[in-house]
Design a protein around this ligand. Structure first.
Ligand SMILES: Cc1cc2nc3c(=O)[nH]c(=O)nc-3n(C[C@H](O)[C@H](O)[C@H](O)COP(=O)(O)O)c2cc1C
Length: 284
């Protein structure tokens, strides 16, 4: 299954691209509107993209009134990404959006590098959301966690149905001549090709810790089908495309075709059969 990474595709301005995905993931929504970080918010680096959008969004009420009905018109499965400053914020958005039957799942953005982190622990936020919604809940975790597998098992115990691994890394890029940060906020979220080994490690460790019991969406630097297959071998059950969509709107179709070919070439009839192949059976 191919998804987009939250924040990397606007289905309302690019409906054809959204429909080429198996599931569309909307940008993170918070209880109140957020205007985002100062401009500039995007900068290219040698090995990827730096962004500091800062969860700009219209807030949950305006989202439900104006955007959600238009997402429903796309006629495809979609998830909504949820953010907030504390557990009550996340729960409020989940409760409000969870009322809508059309929403297939809620992805809890527990890891945005561009806003101050929620004080509550990830498991506490998941438990608050589980208490108000029966929807599948995906916990999107940060690559900065010292022990991502421990947090993953904690959020699953608290009621998460799946994991999304990972959000962007914190990064900084300086102007060549002024030597000042190129982004208005200074530090931003680093994404793209350099993320691949980081995302692979997180997926690998969480698959091992959860014994493959929950679905995992692998995210980070995927640009072609072989890289998507690597994430599946590490333990992902689906792959999301992020930064690649800024330069290649045909990526979903292309990566899907390449993924099928790369899996077949290694003896897997379907890409899903390769899930966990990177985990060697224990000796003896
Ligand atoms: C411009 C931009 C905006 C993003 N906005 C969000 C967001 O709103 N919520 C979220 O969970 N992740 C957001 N992300 C992170 C991506 O979903 C993804 O986790 C990250 O970019 C790594 O994937 P990639 O290397 O394929 O881009 C954003 C990334 C970019 C580049």
């Amino acid at each position: 299954m191919i998804l987009n990474a939250s924040g990397c595709l606007d289905a309302l301005t690019a409906p054809r691209v959204a429909r080429s995905l198996d599931i569309y993931v909307a940008k993170t929504i918070t209880p109140e509107p957020m205007s985002g970080n100062p401009q500039p918010r995007l900068a290219e680096t040698d090995f990827g993209l730096l962004n500091s959008i800062g969860l700009q969004n219209p807030g949950v009420e305006s989202f439900c009134a104006e955007i959600l009905p238009r997402l429903e018109e796309l006629g495809m499965p979609f998830w909504i990404s949820v953010g907030g400053a504390n557990a009550a914020d996340y729960a409020r958005v989940c409760e409000r959006i969870g009322e809508r039957e059309s929403v297939s799942a809620l992805e809890l953005n527990l890891s945005c590098p561009n806003v101050d982190p929620a004080a509550a622990g990830a498991a506490e936020i998941v438990a608050a959301c589980r208490a108000v919604s029966d929807k599948p809940l995906y916990a999107k975790l940060s690559p900065h966690l010292p022990d991502v597998a421990e947090v993953a098992t904690g959020v699953i115990e608290a009621g998460a149905s799946g994991l999304t691994l990972v959000n962007s890394l914190r990064g900084l890029v300086l102007d060549e001549w002024t030597l000042e940060p190129r982004l208005g906020r200074g530090v931003g979220g680093y994404s793209g090709a350099a993320m691949r080994p980081v995302a692979l490690a997180a997926v690998y460790l969480c698959y091992e810790a959860t014994k493959g019991a929950v679905p995992i969406v692998g995210v980070g630097g995927v640009q072609n089908g072989k890289q998507a297959l690597d994430l599946i071998a590490a333990g992902a059950s689906a792959v999301a495309l992020g930064s690649v969509l800024f330069g290649d709107l045909e990526a979903p179709e292309r990566v899907r075709t390449e993924l099928e070919q790369e899996a077949l070439a290694r003896g897997f009839e379907r890409p899903g059969e390769a899930r966990g192949a990177a985990h060697r059976p224990s000796a003896g």
